[in-house]
Design a protein around this ligand. Sequence first.
Ligand SMILES: Cc1ncc(COP(=O)(O)O)c(C=O)c1O
Length: 221
Amino acid sequence: MEPVLGNIGPILPEEGYLEGVRRLTEDHGVLLIFDEVITGFRLSLGGAQAFYGVVPDMTTLGKVIGGGFPIGVVGGRRDLLETVAPRGGVYQAGTFNGSPVSLAAGMATLDVLEGERVLERLNAVGDGLRAALSDIVEDLGLGYSVVGIASIFKIFFGDLPKNYVEALRCDKAGYFAFFRRMLQAGVFLPPSQFETNFLSAAHTEDVINETLEAYKLNLRS
Ligand SMILES: Cc1ncc(COP(=O)(O)O)c(C=O)c1O
């Protein structure tokens, strides 16, 4: 599971939800695997599991950990990973496994994220952006919902969804028309109601302000 749903939203876990899943999986002897491809090194340097304090048995990572280079990482409990060759009997191989270039790029990225406290800054920008978007939505009286966490944000064209089924009730066509207006205005958003927006360290205050202006103009049309 994704601890924060990125591929339908974002949708945040309700209070106690991740703890409940952890408890249930333990009770039933089921492995809990967090897909942190989106949340890893974004919610915090320790990912969503550090942010929410819920530790899975295994974790998958991608994106940020490659510093722009292609990479995927699987981590987890020692006893599980030791089932993989050469320690264990599960053979896993690939041309780019342990690729030194991707790993060097990833290590360099993580050094910068840690050394320059990038996430603290980025998350504060995210808080400010969501607050400003909420004000815009409220002023326009549209009944839309601003959601997100850390440097992740989105406007749902409808009530705040708490799960996949509720997310599907949003006004997809309305969002797509808005996407096209924003594109005309020079702001390239994801073309789907169900794709998440991300802030990056390259988004300056000017870019943020310009984006907010475009939201204000184009949400209402
Ligand atoms: C949550 C999530 N998991 C897994 C993947 C797949 O990652 P990759 O394209 O590196 O295989 C993606 C891709 O966007 C993703 O968003």
